[in-house]
Design a protein around this ligand. Structure first.
Ligand SMILES: O=C(O)CCC(=O)C(=O)O
Length: 258
């Protein structure tokens, strides 16, 4: 499905949109799972607004924006475990990362109609820096996404600049890197946008009458070790493909929280 030419495009531009990785049935199963997570979170009184704070939008605009986001979705519904190790997904990961691929974490990002939150432009690197920069996001589209409902945007080739200074809130100076600087990546439900954790990306407000739901899986080469003990997530290091050559190097630190 993914050719050497696609892999070269990713190397050069730091991102790759792969069409139709998931079927309509698989997308529907993930949509239902997202809905059930939202319902369970509301019942458990854990339905928080995850919209990014900051100064990248006027305060009156920012205060009305909403993002429903939850981490570790593969621990909430088996539809996501199936998705993160889906043969179509693994085939792309093997081309872009190599034979030995680990999951770093998973999350869902739901932008509700008319008030779905924006993501200021940023690299993911500051959240979980690694030695070899193999880390990439695979953002699975559960809805058709376009500029109106806040599709992902990337700055092609920006990964080549290496790590850039982020503000205290972990995004780039929005005057230098406004969201409008990003190239929009419209996609259909079932498509997956892969982008390296050094690729500058973000997305605009969902101003449409349609929801924009994405599930994002973050993967790395199993031989790419973290350089800092940050963002250790439940289930980190799950082998998605191949074998783990360095099982003694980095382990998540599990603890019981209640
Ligand atoms: O899904 C989006 O619109 C942006 C997600 C993103 O930038 C992130 O999770 O780092």
């Amino acid at each position: 499905m993914v050719t050497e030419k696609d892999a070269d495009f990713y190397k050069e531009n730091g991102y790759l949109l792969v069409r139709g990785v998931f079927s309509q049935e698989e997308v529907e199963a993930m949509r239902e799972a997202v809905e059930k997570i939202i319902q369970r979170a509301a019942q458990a009184n854990m339905d928080r607004n995850h919209a990014w704070k900051g100064d990248y939008l006027p305060p009156e605009q920012l205060s009305r924006l909403v993002l429903k986001g939850f981490h570790d979705v593969h621990y909430h519904d088996a539809a996501f475990l199936r998705a993160l190790s889906h043969p179509g997904m693994v085939a792309v990961l093997n081309r872009l990362i190599g034979p030995n691929v680990q999951l770093h974490h998973s999350k869902m990002l739901v932008k509700p109609p008319e008030k779905g939150a924006a993501f200021p432009m940023h690299q993911d690197y500051p959240y979980f820096p690694h030695e070899k920069h193999s880390m990439l996001a695979a953002s699975v589209h559960l809805d058709d996404a376009d500029e109106e409902n806040g599709c992902l945007r990337v700055i092609p080739g920006s990964h080549k600049q290496g790590p850039l200074p982020h503000t205290g809130r972990h995004y780039l100076n929005h005057k230098e890197y406004p969201i409008s600087l990003g190239t929009p990546c419209p996609a259909r439900a079932g498509d997956v946008l892969f982008f390296n954790y050094l690729t500058i990306h973000g997305s605009d407000v969902n101003r449409s009458a349609r929801t924009r739901r994405n599930v994002l899986f973050q993967y790395r080469d199993a031989a790419d070790a973290p350089t800092s003990s940050v963002h250790f997530d439940w289930g980190m290091g799950l082998m998605v493909s191949g074998e783990n050559p360095y099982f003694d190097k980095a382990k998540p630190n599990f603890r019981i929280i209640s």
